[in-house]
Ligand binder design. Structure first.
Ligand code: KG4
Ligand code: ZN
Length: 332
């Protein structure tokens, strides 16, 4: 493994994560602690519980990862942490920890935008992926189409006017009584259902405006459940199909705006969904685009992508590289 070594910290939602990553993309060591069990009784992430759990776990996890890699702070070139957007209590825990380490070791701090972490993670997994690429970023909090033109150069082409797609998966799971987290549960149940069984809307499909909308789809799922006319598996499969149809329609529209793009890339937690991936791969094939999707572990929240976003900045800036100020403010 060669290149600078960056310690990454992620704590913006319900995963506490630490990773050591090299400039050549080697993940030297990493750890992820999920808070699923803590939040499950509430059917969603409770911010105060999340912040406390991050505070309890982060320091021992940093020590464990450094120990596994047999490195000390002297060997680390910079310390990167998610600085937002996210649940503010958790973001503050991670960012303050990174600041403390940076201050104590006199190493640069890298305050990383969580979405930039997701946007660049495909290049960590796929080292031949060059700029520019069309990125579909689909997570629990975001649903965007971006033209990624370089490190720090992101042009937003579309966003959601109401719910993020991951949120729609989670709500559908809740309505169907599948528990939390919902995305993987809906995907599993959908395998047993018929995607054409339930007539569901495709909000904004064919619209000239660029954005996504999933609130109407969510309400339609609720009405379908309440009607008692359909099996849960058919509802799950039909919901997933409606969501995929929306994604493909909006991406096709974005491609008309950008003109030909060399690659289509998907990132964020919903990118773990196999039906979503397969549809995107087909779309990419139709447009002669290369398709790239990070492995599942890099799609959901993790610290390797945060370290990697820092490494991308270090590589871009070369001798001009400077860290962020220690009074960098966490963003909710
Ligand atoms: O990127 P992520 O880990 O956290 C955020 O920054 O939001 O994304 C989590 C979201 C959740 O809404 C979760 O239900 C969804 O990604 N998700 C999935 C799948 N796995 C995770 N949605 C659909 N199918 C999946 N297999
Ligand atoms: Zn995320």
């Amino acid at each position: 493994a060669i290149g600078p070594l960056v310690l990454g910290i992620e704590s913006s939602c319900d995963e506490t994560a630490v990773a050591l990553v090299r400039g050549d993309g080697t993940i030297v060591a990493q750890a992820i602690a999920s808070q699923e069990a803590e939040h499950a009784p509430y059917g969603g992430v409770v911010p105060e519980i999340a912040a406390r759990a991050h505070a309890e776990r982060l320091a021992p996890m940093i020590a464990k990862v450094m120990g596994e890699a047999d490195v000390s702070l002297d060997d680390v070139d910079a310390i990167a942490a998610t600085a937002g957007p996210g649940l503010i209590g958790g973001v503050m825990v991670g960012l303050v920890s990174a600041k403390a380490l940076a201050m104590a070791s006199d190493k640069p701090l890298l305050a990383v935008n969580h979405l930039e972490g997701h946007a660049l993670s495909p290049r960590l997994a796929d080292r031949d992926l060059a700029f520019p690429y069309l990125l579909l970023l689909v997570s629990g909090g975001h649903c965007q189409i971006l033209a990624v033109e370089g490190v720090g150069q992101y042009r937003r082409l579309a966003t959601t006017i109401d719910d993020a797609l991951g949120e729609a998966f989670d709500k559908t799971a809740k309505i169907l009584g599948l528990g939390y987290p919902g995305g993987p549960a809906v995907e599993r149940l959908a395998l047993e259902g018929d995607p054409r069984a339930v007539p569901l809307p495709r909000p904004l499909k064919g619209s000239a405006e660029p954005h996504f909308s999933f609130a109407g789809l969510k309400s339609a799922v609720l009405r379908a459940v309440q009607s008692g006319a359909y099996s849960p598996a058919d509802i799950a499969a039909s919901f997933q199909q409606a969501a995929v149809d929306c994604l493909i329609d909006r991406l096709t529209r974005a491609l008309r705006e950008t003109g030909p793009m060399p690659a289509l890339v998907v990132a964020g937690g919903v990118a773990a969904n196999k039906t979503v991936r397969a549809a995107l791969e087909t779309l990419a094939g139709e447009h002669a685009m290369r398709f790239s999707a990070p492995p599942l572990a890099l799609c959901t929240d993790n610290a390797a992508m945060i370290a990697w976003a820092g490494l991308e900045r270090i590589a871009r800036d070369g001798d001009d590289f400077a860290g962020d100020p220690l009074d960098f403010v966490a963003r909710p």
